[in-house]
Design a binder for this molecule. Structure first.
Ligand code: BG6
Length: 484
């Protein structure tokens, strides 16, 4: 974090500092950065929440949570603990923010991380402003979801935009901090091989899957309001789609990259009442078995009637020159058989087989598979000759050309580690710009409006299966299928 030549220590304020996200993801990320000595050397970290407590009890809580996820290195923990402080205040009130300002005191750069319910963003911003904490040295980091639809996201963006400039706002989509997501950009734009093939002439279709074995569980009060469409498609899935589909930016800088992503979002063909039944699938899990364990149905978990979807699949068209006629199939859901985040770029079949009929069954179209989770791999399948001699003449086989990142550098980083470093450096390339968020909501609002107009309710699927039957039917025309 540069402190712009000002005096005073750098300060990171974690609002929602005792919440699930902070304890499970944010503080462990800071700890791992501490292990690698990547944190700004004079950084102070203040956890803020409403619950009673002080610096010591907060440190004990953070230490206990860290122990659940890693073998803690005592020296690194001691360095992190020395930075940690805790403040118990209500940040929606001016008095609370004034106490925070007092605790922050003289400072260089100030990063305020909103790990809070988005409904609080507006009131907290006003209180921060009243306390003088929104000056040019401040950066605000906002967790998703920014709003629940276009209108509410505009309101939230306007409330935040009223107290700081866009260049001070860092909207997180933690998928953009994942190693392989960044590698996708490197693969596309640091090689000459793929770009000439990356369009409707060579690519048959693209699949993007984010499958989770997790149930909704205790998160249902939030989730029931949002569902898979708003929780996953609006942000993570559309971001992945943008990175696959965008044009080459003029440079790897915030506006150049985000300009290209917005163009993709603007090109998404909206669903209508007539297309939505055929081109989307909406599902909700019922009781079943996942990874050998019995799971309740979603309705049992929430304990009331609900029409919230826990699974979505859709066939998305991108109306531009590059992608005309190339479907992008998206699917995501909870309580699925596998944890898997994967992008599949399926190339077209050979125009003509010169090797004779005997090899017809040997031929597979080339495929590029980008695995983000649980493993980080990029695999290109290529056809080649089966080794050895055969009476039938030459036979062919498909073999993978594989780049595996899992072994290349020890521990796998939490996506938030990279994003914290970028916030400290003031680099917004991997954060989402206001117009991007709003354009994505516009598309998502269209999906939910079309579902409402066509009376599409979630179809049941048993926990531990790949969503409703109709998900296979969605992709099957043209002999396509989801990659197993
Ligand atoms: C979050 C969603 O944004 O992403 C969760 O709110 C989801 O519902 C999570 O489980 C998935 O993230 P990851 O990094 O575990 O794939």
């Amino acid at each position: 974090m540069t402190n712009d030549g000002e005096n005073g220590r750098e300060v990171l304020v974690l609002l929602g500092g005792a919440g699930d996200l902070a304890l499970r993801m944010l503080l462990p990320s800071l700890y791992f950065l501490e292990v690698d000595r990547l944190l700004p050397h004079d950084l102070r970290i203040i956890g803020v929440a409403r619950g009673e407590g002080d610096g010591d009890s907060y440190k004990a809580l953070v230490r206990e949570q860290l122990g659940k996820r890693a073998t803690v290195e005592e020296a690194a923990w001691a360095r992190l603990a020395a930075r940690l402080d805790y403040l118990s205040v209500d940040m929606t009130q001016n008095e609370g923010a004034a106490l925070l300002a007092e605790r922050v005191g003289e400072h260089g750069s100030l990063v305020v991380y909103f790990a809070l319910s988005p409904s609080l963003y507006g009131p907290v911003c006003n209180a921060l402003q009243a306390a003088g904490l929104t000056g040019p040295k401040s950066r605000l980091v906002l967790e998703k979801p920014i709003g629940r639809d276009l209108e509410s996201s505009r309101k939230t963006n306007a409330a935040v935009g009223a107290v700081v400039g866009e260049e001070q706002i860092f909207r997180i989509d933690h998928y953009l901090g994942k190693e392989t997501v960044q590698n996708l950009t490197a693969l596309r734009f640091a090689n000459v091989l793929f770009e000439p093939l990356w369009d409707r002439n060579t690519i048959d279709h693209v699949q993007i899957t984010i499958a989770e074995t997790e149930k909704v569980g205790d998160r249902w009060p939030y989730y029931d309001e949002y569902g898979a469409l708003r929780d996953m498609v609006q942000n993570h899935m559309l971001q992945l789609l943008c990175l696959v589909a965008m044009e080459a930016p003029s440079g790897f800088d915030p506006d150049a990259v985000r300009d290209e992503k917005v163009k993709v979002l603007r090109s998404l063909r909206p669903f209508s009442k007539d297309t939505v039944a055929h081109d989307t699938v909406r599902g909700q899990y019922v009781a079943g078995v996942v990874e050998g364990g019995a799971r309740e149905g979603y309705l049992e978990e929430v304990g009331k009637a609900s029409k919230t979807e826990t699974f979505v699949a859709m066939k998305v068209a991108i109306d531009n020159w590059r992608w005309d006629g190339v479907p992008f199939f998206l699917r995501t859901g909870k309580n699925l058989p596998d944890r898997r985040t994967q992008i599949v770029v399926q190339f077209k079949p050979l125009p003509h087989n010169i090797f004779g009929q005997a090899t017809d069954g040997d031929l597979f179209s080339n495929r590029l598979v980008i695995d983000l989770q649980p493993d980080e791999n990029i695999v290109l399948t290529l056809m080649n000759k089966r080794p050895g001699l055969s009476e039938e003449g030459m036979r062919l086989q498909s073999l993978p050309l594989s780049l595996s990142f899992s072994q290349s550098g020890g521990r796998r980083r939490i996506a938030y580690e990279k994003l914290f470093l970028d916030v400290f450096r003031g680099d917004r390339t991997l954060f989402v710009r206001r117009d991007e968020v709003e354009q994505a909501w516009k598309f998502i609002d269209g999906v939910s409006a079309a579902w409402a107009a066509a009376n599409i309710e979630p179809a049941p699927y048993a926990a531990g299966t790949w969503g409703p039957q109709s998900s296979s039917a969605l992709i099957s025309p043209g002999g396509r299928s989801w990659k197993a």
